[in-house]
Each structure stands twice: as structure tokens, then as C-alpha cells.
Design a protein. Structure first.
Length: 267
């Protein structure tokens, strides 16, 4: 990024919590002045409360910064051996920043009741129906899962199109208008893609957290993969979803899931 951005590794902790669901990028703040240090954490947890995810460079495929037309993969700044708690970047120009993280696959096995409970909680009705139709309801759930997450950060007052570019994440949640233009309670739409195509009739969770209080609403994408929601310009927000597909020729798992999220906020 020439000299527009300074990035340095202050050590990243990634702590895997097996039972936790949502995974998201957690900036220390969402609004910054040019030149201020932007501290990013990677959280995994439930009810929009999380712990740091554990791992190292080998557990991450890419971490991208999209800013003022630039696209940098900063994965190589992660240590192979050292753990820490954050990744810190600095942006010396104003603009809207998108940060993405794509992890490597992990493997999990759950007994049938646990797997069913998980599928119900995340509205994975197609997977439930498939297992019922194929006599697998009492079988162990063997799954590969991958996290693909995004956060939108504002540096200074210059609002640009950095918020709505397609990033190539398997599950890509893209606002259709700038979230930092919201001045009062307003309607915000987002397009949800899976492998570049609209994700239709998909359950999306809308999370909001203000002063430690969390609320969640379930939304459904329309025939164009779009969801609409009311957003207030206070606190922190997240959209999250899980897409699961059947694996036919994998010796280790029957299912592949993709856990997607988008965070933004007004502090």
C-alpha cells in the first residue's frame, strides 16, 4: 500500500472454543482519526460476547485490508509460533476500511443429538432434512468448518466505496449503502453471497450491542440474497450466518460449513 498504511504484528491470539458459534473481527473501536493505531482482535463466542481465537499463521488462509483502492494480504505478519492478542494497523489517509479474515478448515465430530441441536440453533433445515431423508439422523455429525469474516472501519470523515466491494470470501456479506452515513434509525440492506452467487432463503442473524446489552433478530434473505434491517447509529452491530453443504467424496467429513460475519459500529 505504498506509505498509506503501516501494519505491524503485535501478536495475534486465536483461541478456539469448540462450543462457541459466532466468529467475528472485533476492533477496539470502529472510528479513528488518520494515523491512529487500529487494534483488531478475532473473537469467537455466543451472544456477541467472545474470547480471543487461538492459532497461528498456519490456521489462517488470508487476512486482507481493502483501503482506498488497495488490497493487501497481511497474513505473513502472523507468527508461526508466537501467541498474542491483537493485530495493529495504522491508516495515514482518510477513508473506509474493510478487513477480512479467512481461516483454514477445521474438523469436528458431534454425536447425533448434539449435531441436531447445533443444526436447529443455526436454522440449518436443509441439512436436518437431508439427514432424515437418508436415514442419518442417528449418525455422528462429521464436519469441516471454515470461518470467513469481515469488519468495516471508518478513518476520518471521508466516506468512500470501501464498504461494498466483493471480497471473494466464501460467504460474503455486503452492505448496499454506507453504514456510516446513518444518522438516525434507518433501513439498511445487505447482499449475502455464497461463492459469488446470491444466498437465497438463508437465515441471517442481526446482532446489536449497546452498553453491554445484546439483542438478536433473525432475518431471511430474499430471492436476490438481500436482507433489510433497521439500524441505529449507536453501539456495535453484526450480521452472521452459516452455510452448510454436503460432501460426497471426503473420507473425513460428510459436511462442510462456512461461518460468515460482518461487523461495524459507532464508537
Amino acid at each position: 500500500m505504498k506509505k498509506k498504511v503501516l501494519v505491524f504484528f503485535s501478536s495475534v491470539v486465536f483461541c478456539l472454543v469448540l462450543a462457541a458459534h459466532e466468529f467475528w473481527i472485533q476492533p477496539q473501536r470502529f472510528r479513528y482519526k488518520a494515523g491512529q493505531a487500529v487494534k483488531l482482535k478475532f473473537h469467537v463466542g455466543e451472544n456477541f460476547n467472545g474470547e480471543n481465537w487461538s492459532g497461528n499463521r498456519s490456521t489462517v488462509q488470508q487476512i486482507h485490508l481493502y483501503f482506498n483502492g488497495y488490497d493487501d494480504d497481511i497474513r505473513n505478519l502472523l507468527s508461526e509460533n508466537t501467541s498474542g492478542d491483537s493485530l495493529t494497523v495504522q491508516f495515514f489517509d482518510e477513508g473506509t476500511v474493510t478487513v477480512t479474515c479467512l481461516t483454514e478448515n477445521k474438523h469436528i465430530e458431534l454425536d447425533a443429538p448434539e449435531f441436531l441441536e447445533y443444526l436447529k440453533e443455526d436454522s440449518l433445515t436443509e441439512t436436518i432434512a437431508y439427514r432424515e431423508e437418508h436415514g442419518e439422523s442417528d449418525s455422528i455429525g462429521r464436519e469441516l468448518y471454515q470461518r470467513n469474516v469481515k469488519s468495516i472501519i471508518q478513518v476520518g470523515t471521508k466516506l468512500d466505496s470501501g464498504y461494498n466491494r466483493e471480497t471473494g470470501l466464501p460467504v460474503d456479506i455486503i452492505p448496499l449503502s454506507h453504514p456510516y452515513l446513518i444518522k438516525k434509525t434507518q433501513r439498511l440492506s445487505a447482499k449475502v453471497l455464497f461463492e459469488g452467487k446470491p444466498l437465497i432463503n438463508q437465515t441471517i442473524k442481526l446482532w446489536s450491542k449497546t452498553n453491554g446489552h445484546t439483542e438478536m433478530k433473525s432475518l431471511i434473505t430474499d430471492e436476490n440474497g438481500i436482507v433489510e434491517m433497521d439500524v441505529k447509529p449507536i453501539g456495535q452491530w453484526m450480521l452472521s450466518t452459516v452455510k452448510m453443504i454436503r460432501l460426497e467424496n471426503d473420507s473425513t467429513a460428510n459436511w462442510q460449513s462456512y461461518w460468515g460475519s460482518l461487523t461495524w459500529g459507532y464508537f
